[in-house]
Design a protein around this ligand. Sequence first.
Ligand SMILES: C[S@@+](CC[C@H](N)C(=O)[O-])C[C@H]1O[C@@H](n2cnc3c(N)ncnc32)[C@H](O)[C@@H]1O
Length: 242
Amino acid sequence: MRTKKMLNCVGLSIMLIAVMSVCGWSQDSYKDQLIAKYPFYSTATGRFAPVYPALAKQIVQDFGITKGICVDVGGGCGCLAMALAKITDLKIYNLDIDPWAVRLCNVLVDEAGLTGRVMAIEGDAQNMPLRDNFADLVVSRGSIFFWPDQLAGLKECYRILKPGGVAYVGGGFSRILDPEIRDELVKWRTQSAEEHGGLESAGWRPITRELLRQARKAGIRHIRLRREPTVGWWIIIRKPAQ
Ligand SMILES: C[S@@+](CC[C@H](N)C(=O)[O-])C[C@H]1O[C@@H](n2cnc3c(N)ncnc32)[C@H](O)[C@@H]1O
């Protein structure tokens, strides 16, 4: 009788382990499928991994916005959004046009224990599915260079900003990133641009003074460009408080 009970118990445990490992396996394989469909994940979590915590820290130091709503436009798999969520009380919407990046971001957010703090949404920077005056802070790293209509994207960033809000849109690294890591990244970026016959031939649109002129003409009066060779090209937009 006792042996039979023990056998039942062992059988049940084996079944449970089998079910758990099948679930675990399918979860991993779903994540792997998403990673395969969003190749930038390997750069973001590899070479670029130290960039996001440094950039998040710099954004907090520069603008002092630590609560309310933040939108990361073209946020990819959510590395900057998660880094910001870890050091602030911001609720962050990570918007991206790529549906695989959006799905992957939600998996990574759950893994990081940030469910409900970072929300991935699918959308186009040039026509965001967000209401006017929504965000205290808008950030965007490495995405504007791929927007076919950069002016439309900047106008959208401005539209969704609350009065008194700030947008930090551009590309590159961070002023407070370890200089040794930054120099390595700049070297790598220069080399890979050369290998691809220049960034622009790979569909990369630079930020120009003309873009800023057009933005001012469109009513975005408080806009300026911070260009630092080893740090990047960053546009700062402020929406005046009413
Ligand atoms: C180089 S990745 C940078 C991702 C992320 N910001 C980061 O720094 O890890 C560029 C991202 O911009 C997104 N993107 C490109 N065009 C976009 C658009 N029109 N609207 C929203 N996202 C866009 C891409 O899908 C991609 O995830």
